[in-house]
Design a binder for this molecule. Structure first.
Ligand code: WQD
Length: 341
């Protein structure tokens, strides 16, 4: 029996496939490579000595989805595939909602036809929108989303909850990620969003350190934090990957129908604290300028993680300094990301 990993050559997907292979699971990947590179498969094999079965294609293609389910004995699914940029979704709302929701719908239809009952969904802390207070608890109000990306994640959570409640045997877990950073300690796989000008902080910092960008813009220093800069919960991608295995284990061993869990460290780190961590691991100064606050930015965001700790038995082990070390190690070894298209 296999675990189907949709989006399995992406940043989180590839790290989760590594952890699944490392514990002896058989893995099938379906990925359209819109946000990833085929070279990731070679890297996964280099790390684990194993090669997952791979289908290049899109979950919007119902014939491909049917072929994947017909050709493999699938026991459970970890569903990462989807468009993932909050900023881009504001420019292309229809594309985001259609792609992310219809892809999931096609997957659920195939699950029902082939009696596949277990799915772990890649959700996001963006379902909390701008929280009134921190940390974000799973019981907090959700749905006050700031982008079509966040809306798509929230609507899919509602779809999964309703689908499971209406059908015997189906059981789903949604994992709400905080700020995903870091890379596999080998430096063979890591974040490659293909952007020459990244939206997110860490890839921007590493490009400045590589000399590919002149300086970092720090979006505001008037927040109510230790140094006035924005505060986030930065979680290492390997911790996040292991959180998915803990969620799958929980699905395999309980009668839960639907539940959600935050995956974060439970600690907040400011922009300048992260900058200092990268300066320490790289031995280089990072030139930066304080600029205006970025529209749409949440001032402070970090997770309440008691629920995942207690129920999933999962806890993040890496610190934000570890994240800086491993992100930098990946970037130095792969200054332009994955080379092959
Ligand atoms: C982090 C901090 C910025 C860039 C991201 C994803 C979102 C979700 C959560 C998955 C903020 C500051 C940033 C820069 C800066 N992921 N910053 N200069 O906005 O928290 O959201 O993670 O669901 O989809 O977008 O991440 O890395 O953009 O910002 O000062 O050049 O860094 O103001 O305080 P964000 P980010």
């Amino acid at each position: 029996m296999s675990v189907l990993v949709t989006g399995g050559t992406g940043f989180i997907g590839s790290h989760t496939v590594v952890e699944l292979l490392n514990v002896g699971e058989d893995v099938v990947i379906v990925d359209n490579l819109c946000n990833s590179r085929i070279e990731v498969l070679e890297r996964i094999t280099a790390i684990t000595g194993k090669t997952p079965k791979f289908y290049k294609g899109d979950l919007l293609d119902v014939e491909l989805v049917e072929r994947v389910f017909s050709e493999n004995k699938i026991d459970s699914i970890i569903h990462f595939a989807g468009l993932k940029s909050g900023a881009e979704s504001i420019l292309e709302p229809g594309k985001y909602l259609n792609t992310n929701i219809i892809s999931t719908f096609n997957l659920l239809n195939a699950m029902e036809k082939h009696n596949v009952y277990k799915l772990v969904f890649s959700s996001s802390a963006t379902v909390y929108g701008t929280p009134e207070e921190v940390p974000d608890y799973e019981i907090d109000l959700v749905g006050k989303v700031c982008s079509p990306y966040g809306l798509s994640k929230y609507l899919i959570e509602l779809l999964l909850k309703d689908f499971a409640s209406q059908r015997k045997d189906f059981k789903f877990i949604a994992l709400r990620y905080f700020n995903l950073v870091g890379a596999h300690p080998s430096g063979l796989i890591g974040e490659d969003d293909g952007q020459s000008i990244p939206n997110n902080l860490v890839p921007y910092i590493t490009k400045v350190l590589l000399g590919q960008l002149p300086y970092l813009k720090v979006y505001g220093n008037s927040y109510d934090t230790v140094d006035g800069t924005g505060l986030r919960d930065y979680i290492h991608v390997v911790d996040l990957a292991k959180g998915h295995l803990a969620a799958l284990n929980y699905l395999n061993n309980t009668d839960v129908k639907f539940d959600v869990f935050n995956l974060g460290t439970g600690k907040g780190t400011t922009v300048l604290q992260l900058v200092a961590a990268f300066e320490k691991v790289s031995g280089k100064k990072i030139p930066y300028q304080i600029t205006d606050i970025r529209p749409g930015d949440v001032p402070l965001s970090f997770a309440s993680v008691e629920k995942a700790n207690k129920i999933l038995g999962w806890k993040a082990e890496y610190t934000y300094e570890d994240c800086a070390r491993d992100s930098w190690n990946w970037q130095v070894k792969n200054p332009y990301g994955y080379s092959k298209e």
